[in-house]
Design a protein. Structure first.
Length: 179
């Protein structure tokens, strides 16, 4: 069960609003500080680990960029939307972010409500109103990648990849692989 405070966003929230293009090649720490800065200034200072994002239709439309990594670094527990862009959904899988499509979700929650998400039966319940909605089930393999932290951590856990080598000033000045 995932339980968290809800942050609501509308329809057609694109990846440029999530992670502005000017910060595409910035450090992870810098990227994390500018999430939603164009449409929700100060949001990163108010969000807390375990919070849940609820969106409208076509959430995550736009270009492919590592916005999901910033959400993960901020501690977002799940993204639930009326519909999610297919490219954005794939990025959620790759970076280990729980992402669900759930018809009716935008109308069922107000910002600040608590969402309780069951991945056993793919339901989302509003703790305040007790409204329970059915989310679209995620295939088992994709769900295991999301739960496993993403593609690279899962492949490392399965022994397919070695963990990234951490460079030290004394032994190597090349950067560690970017994920």
């Amino acid at each position: 069960m995932i339980s968290g405070r809800v942050w609501k966003f509308g329809d057609n929230i694109n990846t440029d609003l999530m992670l502005p293009g000017a910060f595409l090649f910035a450090s992870e720490a810098e990227q994390m500080r500018v999430v939603f800065s164009a449409n929700r200034p100060g949001w990163v200072d108010a969000v807390r680990p375990g919070d849940i994002i609820i969106g409208g239709t076509n959430f995550g439309t736009g270009s492919n960029r590592p916005a999901i990594r910033s959400f993960r670094n901020l501690g977002i527990a799940a993204i639930i939307a009326e519909s999610i862009s297919s490219l954005f959904f794939r990025d959620c899988v790759n970076y280990g972010m729980i992402a669900l499509e759930c018809p009716g979700i935008a109308a069922a929650f107000a910002e600040g409500d608590t969402a309780r998400v069951s991945l056993d039966d793919f339901t989302v319940r509003n703790a305040r109103s007790d409204v329970t909605l059915a989310a679209v089930p995620v295939p088992d393999r994709l769900l295991s990648v999301m739960r496993g932290g993403g593609v690279f951590p899962l492949l490392e856990a399965e022994g397919v990849l070695s963990p990234p080598r951490q460079a030290t000033a004394a032994t190597d000045s090349s950067p560690a692989p970017v994920r």
